[in-house]
Design a protein around this ligand. Sequence first.
Ligand code: HEM
Length: 397
Amino acid sequence: MTPRNAPPYPTDRPTPFDPPVELAHYREHEPIRRMRYPDGHTGWLVTSHGLARSILADSRFSARSEFKRPPVSRPGADPFYGAPALPGWLVDMDAPEHTRIRQRLTGKFTARRMREMRPAIERIIENLLDDMERDTPPVDLVESFALPVPSLMICELLGVPYSERKEFQRNSETLFSLEVTADEASAAMDRLYAFLRELATTGGRRDGLLAMLAEDGTLDAEEIAGVGVLLLTAGHESTSSSLALSTFTLLSHPEQLAKLKERPDLVDNAVEELLRYLTVFHFGVPRTPLEDVEVDGHLLRAGESITVSLPAANRDPEWFAQAPDTFDIERRTSGHLAFGYGIHQCLGQNLVRMEMRAALPALFRRFPGLALAVPAEEIPLSTDMSVYGVHRLPVTW
Ligand code: HEM
């Protein structure tokens, strides 16, 4: 294989729950190999758990957005690639800019702070389940549960006042909808920015994250608004996809679901296993070497794009020794890379854990007979979105 005819990032899935088979083949034979990008550039694809961790922990590999290239071509333009980071968008920055912002946020996302939010999340979940129960099945679980849970939780986290939530949710729904034009999505983004800028100035609810950041005084109003939009963007679709896809997975693995119902103490590990097994950041994370670096016998040149495939790393038998392609809520899950690794490891991971640990048992408690309302093959999968999931999940009970 010459670099010019390197294959692209594989995207065809053998089942809704398994990543493309090529990834396993690459991982076994050439865990770092050439990959062709949609813009014609030839970069690199990393598929093993060990190499993924070492690259994501190495500061010679930059996360700056001006160097990033989309690994697969997707409908619509992606505004975040190839341009400098927006104010507050730490995911697209390197140290020391990244450190300055991340330090202001870390304390707001500790496991302890997230536990304090538990009553709010339980209230949100129970209210949504009440509404769902009043509906006549079949209902779309994405629309009635998986989308509103993270959206209302982010309102709670940011401190969006109750009176403003409908408007906030309307704009975020437009931003993430597939049915709107690029212009409509960008208008919704502008409205969200304006709203959060205002909230950053006035502080919003005093116990909210934006108010705390405003009081702290280290970040300016533009950065605080940017952090708000980043949290919304990073946290909304990923969590809603994880909730819907996790429900689909459990319904498709009845023996695992029965075990979870019998042994609620398994929920924490079951959530980790769902995160590992499904790895919704299915196109991986992009990095770029700032200098020439040798990795596993290959010379990676400064400026060449690298895609670190998180789904491939999360099925690596070298790390997950027992049948990594099997969904098993009792397996050892530590070290999974669903949240990335290194300085950019997901800031919202404790929030996600809390949401999933609360939402999934509550859903199956309320609807013990929950079932798919259509054959599994008819569930529309969002294979071309940067976050993998289902577009709709019709369920009955
Ligand atoms: C299941 C849900 C989620 C998954 C699978 C997920 C996954 C990830 C991954 C893989 C990264 C690393 C990106 C990289 O290295 O380039 C990341 C970063 C990040 N995530 Fe999440 N995420 C989830 C939910 C959330 C939520 C709920 C929030 C906040 C409310 C959030 C906020 C962030 C932020 C701010 C970053 C950037 C951190 C940094 O650059 O230091 N994420 N996430």
